[in-house]
Design a protein around this ligand. Structure first.
Ligand code: NDP
Length: 453
């Protein structure tokens, strides 16, 4: 019996990695020692954040930074501001981040942080005072060559600006200690778009390998969430000829009632709604074109036939029943824009469908690889900052496409090399492939550094 506190989200992420590494560890048992070591963060920082609300009252929240692994480069990973944030959530996100970052091929380690502060319902002044207080402590632990945070749920360029400004004031240095910065002060083109675009680029490779030569053209696509990742995934799907039939938020799902999907203009409206921290339902039904399903309804079972599903909101947002529904609805590819979007039951259902039906089944693309485009462009932002330069959107987008192609290929090749069932399947497990390819790279670097032997 362990005397450690329960960490359900972290244990779920760890269990997934442990089980999918099984065929690799069978062939190379010496790596079991690396797995034992890599699952413990190098360092965890916890601190209190006192801030003043608009009524001049003192408020307090918990702040965290999990510096998980620096074998491949400085710790890198976002900051989440959400009332559900705790150490289990941040350890799961940091652990995923370590292997995700390895798949980008960019020299960055893995970390994650944030606070249980809820930006919803707070004034801009309250958010600014909170972030400046949070940054005052965090600034002791980050640095351009040490640990480079970014955004995540509830933390966008606006919050990043306050953090960057506070760091600069305290340290008297203008350096790239954060990614996802605004374009005028060191940001990279295509960073806001990168996670959503990258997820869609990843799915393009899945579709091509599964025999869908037309890619997204004519595909019916279900998306959850309505934040940064969801919005840009949707815009790219539309650009490639697909139809986006749903968005959602924590209150429910907005679903197309007919064949017409969301337009670019409507997505622009959703951006404004979410920037103002309002609810998705305020978009309205557009004359009956959409129906809002409340009570936190998720979109997966609200449309009978669809081709692609992209969870882009939060962890564990699709379960086994919803996965079964997606499989019956004819869904050929599911890829996580969110981290750990599918729960273990959903993943099992998709993996079973892949093994049993091959290219006719539902192929699962894990977030670790599918949503790695965001951190990849963050890595490119670090490179631009170091070189005191800014690349054009075309240059960054071309690099993003190359990175997503390579991430897909690494998953495909490692999945094919280590089939879980013991026999070569028609299409390999991208989940197994992502975990093995990411783990192998990190473990090898750790061995070179003498972290295991
Ligand atoms: P945003 O804060 O911009 O949007 C989050 C969206 O998810 C909102 O629509 C929000 O609804 C919804 N949501 C959040 N929590 C819940 C919940 N518990 N139940 C239902 N809906 C919820 O975040 P991002 O778009 O940046 O991130 C979305 C996901 O993508 C996260 O899992 C994140 O870790 C992952 N990711 C993000 C990257 C990035 O570059 N931004 C990079 C890689 C992964 P509401 O507005 O009602 O809160």
């Amino acid at each position: 019996m362990s005397n450690l506190p329960k960490e359900p989200e972290f244990e779920q992420a760890l269990h997934e990695v442990e089980t999918t590494l099984a065929p690799f560890l069978k062939k190379y048992p010496e790596y079991k020692k690396a797995l034992e070591i890599v699952q413990i963060p190098e360092r965890i920082i916890q601190f209190r954040v006192v801030w003043e609300d608009d009524n001049h009252q003192a408020q307090v929240n918990r702040g965290f930074r999990v510096q998980f692994n620096s074998a491949l480069g400085p710790y890198k990973g976002g900051l989440r501001l959400h009332p559900t944030v705790n150490l289990s959530v941040l350890k799961f996100l940091g652990f995923e981040q370590v292997f995700k970052n390895a798949l980008t091929g960019i020299p960055i380690g893995g970390g994650k942080g944030g606070s249980d502060f809820d930006p919803k319902g707070k004034s801009d002044a309250e958010v600014r005072r909170f972030v400046k207080s949070f940054a005052t402590e965090l600034s002791r632990h980050i640095g351009a060559d040490t640990d480079v945070p970014a955004g995540d749920i509830g933390f966008s360029t606006r919050e990043g600006g306050f953090l960057f400004g506070q760091y600069k004031a305290l340290k008297n240095e203008w350096v790239g200690i954060l990614t996802g910065k605004a374009l005028d002060w060191g940001g990279s083109h295509v960073r806001p778009e990168a996670t959503g675009y990258g997820t869609v680029y990843y799915v393009e490779h899945m579709l091509a390998h599964a025999g869908h030569a037309d890619g997204f053209k004519g595909k019916r696509v279900i998306i959850s969430g309505s934040g940064q990742v969801a919005q840009f995934a949707a815009l790219k799907v539309i650009e490639l000829g697909g139809t986006v039939l749903t968005f959602s938020d924590s209150k429910g799902s907005l679903v197309a009632t007919g064949e017409a999907g969301f337009t670019k203009e409507e997505i622009e409206e959703i951006y404004k709604i979410k920037f103002a921290r309002k609810e998705l339902s305020t978009l309205g039904d557009k004359g009956g074109k959409y129906k809002f399903h409340g009570d936190s309804a998720r979109p997966w079972t609200l449309i009978d036939k669809y081709d692609v599903a992209l969870p882009c909101a939060t962890q564990n947002e699709m379960n086994a029943q919803e996965a079964d529904f997606a499989i019956k609805a004819g869904c050929v590819a599911v890829a996580e824009g969110s981290n750990m979007g599918c729960d273990p039951g959903a993943i099992d259902a998709f993996e079973k469908s892949r093994v049993e039906k091959g290219k006719k089944g539902t192929w699962y693309g894990p977030g670790k690889a599918a949503n790695s485009g965001g951190v990849a462009v963050s890595g490119l932002e670090m490179q631009q900052n170091k070189g005191l330069t800014q690349w054009t959107p075309e240059v960054v987008d071309a690099k993003l496409k190359d990175i997503m192609k390579s991430a897909f290929q690494q998953c495909y090749d490692a999945g094919a090399e280590f089939p879980l069932s013991g026999s070569k399947e028609e299409i390999p497990s991208l989940l197994v492939g992502a975990n093995i390819a990411g783990f192998r790279r990190v473990a090898n670097a750790m061995k070179d550094h003498g972290d295991w032997f």
